[in-house]
Ligand binder design. Structure first.
Ligand SMILES: Cc1cc2nc3c(=O)[nH]c(=O)nc-3n(C[C@H](O)[C@H](O)[C@H](O)COP(=O)(O)OP(=O)(O)OC[C@H]3O[C@@H](n4cnc5c(N)ncnc54)[C@H](O)[C@@H]3O)c2cc1C
Length: 236
């Protein structure tokens, strides 16, 4: 059963009204996961989800019986900065993506601008820490804004000169928003969330992962509850 969202419910992970995650459609439910598992011994049925079924879902997750969680799909429309998208596309298994083409259309000039800049973490070379008051937020914002103005002007100049869109886009920054349809199954989504709705992930990417989790959780409530218990992850 495909559920199309006529008006997609959208969340705004970076609180700027530009970046968003919307649920486009989904197929399947917790019962489908149970039926996929029980078909191995002819036990699939139309009966409503029972307490026994709920235990089975938890068992499957605990013992990494992954394939019953693949008979469903969840499609999101994701509008995110290019640097977030670069992390999302690293998830190769059970994830489908189609993205707006900067060759086909002029890139929409939508820029992500951090409200607050963070500092480099002293010990973890990959991580950031909140500003302890020693970061010149104004100077950082000005540098960001100046870089954006210069690259936007160069993009428009190149197009004005007749340069092809596929080359002109090369001057645009990683903070530009891009938009894609991403389709996961529950197995690939939970794997993605384990890694990206996690304190080890970059803050901005984590906000996107958390929004996807919030949209998907009501569609598969038993599965998400079992996964959260297994991972020791209460709702943030
Ligand atoms: C906090 C964090 C930091 C990261 N830092 C870096 C970094 O510095 N540089 C960098 O390049 N990447 C980095 N990554 C990306 C990371 O290495 C993975 O590419 C990404 O998280 C996708 O995970 P995955 O491969 O498990 O997912 P998927 O590609 O969706 O794969 C899912 C699962 O399928 C199996 N699988 C997939 N492909 C293969 C294969 N070829 N062979 C065997 N098994 C396979 C594995 O079990 C895998 O877990 C980082 C990721 C995180 C979360």
């Amino acid at each position: 059963m495909t559920q199309l969202q006529a008006t997609p419910a959208a969340l705004y992970p970076l609180d700027d009204a530009l970046g968003s995650v919307a649920l486009v459609q989904h197929v399947g439910d917790d019962k489908m996961i149970v039926n996929a598992a029980r078909v191995s011994f002819g036990g699939d049925s139309d009966a409503p989800l029972s307490a026994r079924d709920e235990k089975l879902i938890a068992y499957l997750l605990r013992h990494q019986h992954g394939s019953p969680f693949e008979h469903n799909l969840i499609t999101f429309k994701v509008v995110c900065p290019v640097f977030v998208d670069r992390q999302m596309v690293r998830h190769r298994v059970g994830v489908s993506k189609n993205e707006v083409s900067g060759r086909y259309v002029e890139v929409q000039e939508r820029l992500y601008t951090p409200v607050l800049f963070r500092k480099q973490a002293p010990s973890n070379r990959q991580a950031s820490v909140p500003d302890d008051g020693t970061l010149d937020q104004q100077a950082a914002a000005a540098a960001w804004e100046n870089a954006w103005r210069a690259s936007s002007a160069a993009y428009q100049q190149l197009l004005g000169l007749g340069v092809t869109r596929e080359q002109a886009r090369g001057v645009l920054p990683q903070a530009m928003y891009t938009e894609s349809y991403y389709t996961f199954n529950v197995r690939s989504l939970l794997h993605f969330l384990s890694l990206r709705d996690h304190e080890g992930a970059q803050y901005e990417t984590r906000q996107y992962a958390h929004a996807m989790r919030a949209l998907a959780q009501p569609l598969f409530p038993v599965t998400f509850a079992a996964w959260e218990a297994l991972e020791g992850r209460p709702e943030r």
